[in-house]
Write a new protein. Structure first.
Length: 394
C-alpha cells in the first residue's frame, strides 16, 4: 500500500495567528479586568473619602454650635416657615483638605434638630472623572444640651435681702403673657433661697410667697452661682452673644427690626419677649456685662450675666435666667407685672458688702417656661447617646 503524505505547508502560520488571537484576548481580558478593578478601587476610595468629608461636616456643625446659637436655636419648627425652619449651610472646605461639605439643618422641636450633610472628596470636585465622581450624604439627629442649673427658688442669694414698697418675690410658676407650648405649670418653688448666714427683711408691703416662702439652705455656696453641671460661669461668658461694659443703659434696651428681620448686629437688641411671634421673639441671646450696670429700658430675654452689681429701674422686664455676681437692686415697676420672669441668682459677693434691695413694686416671678425656653435657646448641640445618624441617598 502506497503511503500518501498530506501537504501541510502554511499550518505554522495559521497556528501562530490563532495563538496570537487567543493570547491577545487573554491579555485584553486581563487588562480590562485590571482596569475595572482599579476603577472599582478608585471609586471605593472616593466614596469613602466623600463619606469621611460628610461625617466631618456634621461633627463640625456640632463643634461650632456655640457660636451659632442665635441663628440656629431661634429657627422655627419644621416644616413651618415663620420663622424659617431650614438653614442652608454654605459649602465649607474640610479641615483635612480632603473635600467640601454642605447641607441643611432642620429644627424638629426646641430640643431636637436634624442635619442633612453632603460631602464630596477633593478629586471628585476637580471634575473630569468618569461618572461625575463621588458624593455621600449623612443624616444626624442632634439634641440640645442645656445648662444644668440648680434652680429651687425665684431668687437665690448668699446675703441679706430686703423686700419692700409693694414688691413681691413669687415662687409659684407663672407663664408669660402670649407664650405658647409651655406645658403644665410647675410645682411651687421657694420665693427666696438663701444660705444659712442670710437675713430676710420685709417692710412697706413687701411680699415673699412660695413653698416655702423663704428657704434657708446651707447648700447654697459660691459654686451655686459659678458652676452649672460641667459648665462654669467663665465658660458661659465666653459663649456670650453680646458682651458689654458696665454702664448705664437707660431706655436703650429694646428689640430692633430692620427690613422685616431681627437685627442681630445691635448690641442693645436683647430679643422681644413681649411679642413672641414678632421677628425678634425667637432671639434669646446670652448677655455678658463685665461690670456694674444700670438698666432702664424695655425688655430682654435669654441668659443675663453681670460680673458686678445690677440696678434695674423703670419698666424693664427680663425673661429667662439672670446671674448677678454682685448685688441686685430695683426701683419702680412702671405698672408692669414683673421685672424678672424665670429665675434670678444674685451672689452679692462679700467684697461688695451691699444688701439685696427690691422696692417700687418690682416683682420677681418664677417661670419654668421662661427658664426652659432660655436654656433651650442658648444650649449647644450634642450627639444622641444611641445611634443618631443614618446614611442618606439621593
Amino acid at each position: 500500500m502506497k503511503l500518501v503524505l498530506k501537504n501541510e505547508r502554511g499550518m505554522a502560520l495559521a497556528v501562530a495567528i490563532v495563538a496570537l488571537v487567543i493570547v491577545g484576548a487573554l491579555v485584553a481580558g486581563a487588562l480590562f479586568s485590571g482596569t475595572q478593578e482599579q476603577r472599582v478601587a478608585e471609586n471605593t476610595r472616593r466614596v469613602q473619602a466623600s463619606f469621611g468629608v460628610a461625617e466631618e461636616g456634621v461633627n463640625e456643625m456640632i463643634r461650632v454650635w456655640p457660636n451659632s446659637t442665635t441663628v440656629w436655636n431661634g429657627m422655627g419648627w419644621y416644616p413651618g416657615t415663620a420663622p424659617a425652619s431650614e438653614r442652608r449651610l454654605v459649602a465649607t472646605q474640610a479641615k483635612s483638605n480632603t473635600g467640601k461639605f454642605n447641607g441643611s439643618l432642620y429644627k424638629m422641636n426646641d430640643e431636637l434638630y436634624f442635619l442633612d450633610m453632603s460631602g464630596q472628596d477633593k478629586q471628585s470636585l476637580s471634575g473630569g472623572i468618569r461618572g461625575g465622581g463621588a458624593s455621600q450624604r449623612v443624616g444626624l439627629l442632634t439634641t440640645i444640651r442645656p445648662l444644668v442649673m440648680d434652680i429651687e427658688a425665684s431668687l437665690t442669694t448668699t446675703n441679706s435681702d430686703k423686700v419692700s414698697c409693694g414688691s413681691t418675690v413669687d415662687g409659684f410658676d407663672h407663664t408669660p403673657t402670649g407664650w405658647t407650648a409651655c406645658g403644665p405649670l410647675d410645682s411651687a418653688k421657694a420665693g427666696i433661697r438663701a444660705d444659712s448666714g442670710s437675713s430676710i427683711t420685709q417692710t412697706g408691703g413687701g411680699t415673699i410667697v412660695g413653698v416655702p416662702a423663704v428657704k434657708i439652705d446651707p447648700n447654697v455656696t459660691d459654686s451655686t452661682f459659678s458652676k452649672y453641671g460641667d459648665v462654669t460661669y467663665a465658660d458661659l461668658a465666653a459663649r456670650a452673644t453680646i458682651t458689654l461694659p458696665g454702664s448705664n443703659y437707660s431706655n436703650s434696651i429694646a428689640p430692633v427690626v430692620t427690613n422685616g428681620q431681627c437685627d442681630l448686629t445691635v448690641n442693645t437688641n436683647w430679643g422681644d419677649p413681649l411679642n413672641p411671634t414678632a421677628p425678634c421673639g425667637s432671639y434669646f441671646p446670652i448677655i455678658h456685662i463685665t461690670g456694674d450696670a444700670t438698666i432702664n429700658g424695655q425688655e430682654g430675654q435669654g441668659i443675663l450675666l453681670v460680673d458686678g452689681s445690677l440696678s434695674v429701674q423703670g419698666g424693664f422686664q427680663w425673661f429667662g435666667v439672670a446671674i448677678i455676681k454682685g448685688s441686685l437692686s430695683t426701683a419702680g415697676g412702671g405698672g408692669n407685672p414683673a421685672h424678672f420672669w424665670g429665675a434670678t441668682m444674685a451672689q452679692d459677693s462679700v467684697s461688695l458688702g451691699q444688701t439685696q434691695s427690691l422696692s417700687g413694686g418690682a416683682n420677681l416671678l418664677y417661670s419654668k417656661c421662661a427658664i426652659l425656653k432660655a436654656l433651650d435657646m442658648t444650649g449647644v448641640g450634642a450627639q444622641m447617646r444611641s445611634r443618631g445618624w443614618v446614611q442618606l441617598f439621593q
